[in-house]
Design a protein around this ligand. Structure first.
Ligand code: FES
Length: 148
């Protein structure tokens, strides 16, 4: 196989296999944060949703929150100015860890997709994702880790 054939075949595989827009969006904008353990859950500074680009503040739509005590990460997205959605990144189909694809989550095991509020929008998963209540205090987003 020559170079031209390799590039052609690779691009076709990317575009048809996993969805090119998913690959591009997940690579370019994912921000990972280690949360701080609090009495009621895990907190993250609101400032994690902002970064500077050419000296100007730019908002992130979501971040991925990790902590050593968590079995799965949490997809934390900003719905509005003071409204956040916190989703357990465990697929409701058979429990694989999900990938963030911009404004949705994607399971590479069998192809399920979920919107940024955790609703199952593409099977085989039929159940929505587990979500956690959030609140804002002292410029921090608190993800309340409830049992479920
Ligand atoms: S485990 Fe996620 S779609 Fe099957």
């Amino acid at each position: 196989m020559n170079r031209r054939e390799f590039i052609s075949n690779t691009c076709i595989a990317c575009a048809s296999g996993a969805g090119l827009s998913y690959l591009l969006s997940s690579c370019s904008s994912t921000h990972y944060v280690t949360g701080t353990l609090e009495q009621k859950g895990i907190s993250i500074a609101v400032s994690e949703f902002t970064y500077l680009q050419k000296g100007k503040p730019v908002n992130r739509d979501f971040i991925i929150v990790h902590h050593d005590n968590l079995e799965f990460p949490i997809y934390l997205s900003r719905i509005k100015e003071n409204e956040y959605s916190a989703l357990w990144m465990k697929c409701s189909h058979q429990g694989s860890e999900l990938n963030a694809g911009g404004d949705y989550l994607y399971c590479s095991s069998h192809g399920s997709e979920f919107d940024r509020k955790g609703n199952a929008i593409h099977g085989p998963a039929e159940k929505n994702l587990r979500s956690f209540p959030t609140s804002i205090l002292n410029n921090k987003v608190l993800i309340e880790l409830t049992k479920g």
